[in-house]
Design a binder for this molecule. Sequence first.
Ligand code: KG4
Length: 334
Amino acid sequence: MKYILAIESSCDDTSCSIIDSSFCVLSNVTASQEVHKIYGGVVPELASRAHQQNIIPVVDKALKDAKITKQQLSAVAFTRGPGLMGSLLVGVSFAKSFARALNIPLIDVNHLEAHVLAHFIKDTPDQKVPQFPFLCLLVSGGNTQIILLESPRKMQVIGKTIDDAAGETIDKAAKILSLPYPGGPHIDILAKEGKPTLAFSQSNIKNYDYSFSGLKTSILYTLRDKLKENPNYIQENLNDIAASVQKAVVDSLLGKFEKAIKDTKIKTIAVAGGVSANSELRRRLQELGEKHKCEVFIPKFSYTTDNAAMVAVAGLFKFQQQDFAHLGLAAYAR
Ligand code: KG4
């Protein structure tokens, strides 16, 4: 095996990456889509159109950055799902045609598994990677899960949200505050200058599952009541509100994650997904690791959001077992 080329197109990022057989990244090129900003969320129709425009230039650049030719590739990996169907179809169709034209194997990858396996992406050959078993908190715009990994191919979801995801909750709060989409990074920046003065009510459900719908409603009603007393409440307290929202979400995320650490006694912990870019979550996960004497893995910022390097790594694990996809398989949204 020489190199794997991977494609990620599940939402609004068109990404292509090339890795070698030792999991080292040779290139990772991503075209993000600015077109959605004015709509306050991803517009699926616009996303698939932009993927069509971006995919060939992105693959071309990834090959150039890696300084290899397409004839040197050993396989093509791609995100099969979950994601937006129109977006996935662009990547899946491209990957199938590319692999067929080069007469090399095709490897389908689950997007969520790829996020978790992002911890095996190597920027340098001697980079440390997690030992198994490890516990990963996967937090993104659409998912909140606690995953127990026994091996790269053996993952068990031991906890998940029963309603909204953590990222969705933060984005919704940001929308109430009239912050641009996606709101997560803005909440993070504003929270740095604020104090968590507001207490929101949280739902506490059993086991390792999460529920964010109660928190979302509590944020909405608390701010509505404050605005009745003072119409400028949001403008005058933006930093404190952001810090309060952030604290509530991080408290909830780490409360359940700590319970999983205690119960499983696993000593390697990690976080993955878009919300893992949050500075408070990163800081407190580190603290949690110190408290429970765990080794903590926090991804580089560029590997927290959607990227093809994580798809390439997940693809390489499947390549090692010769687990290939056939040309007839279809993308799945859920
Ligand atoms: O994994 P991801 O890139 O894709 C989706 O699942 O859609 O996650 C995107 C989510 C959004 O909700 C965004 O607001 C959130 O990650 N996010 C953040 C931060 N950066 C991105 N949330 C909190 N703090 C951040 N710094």
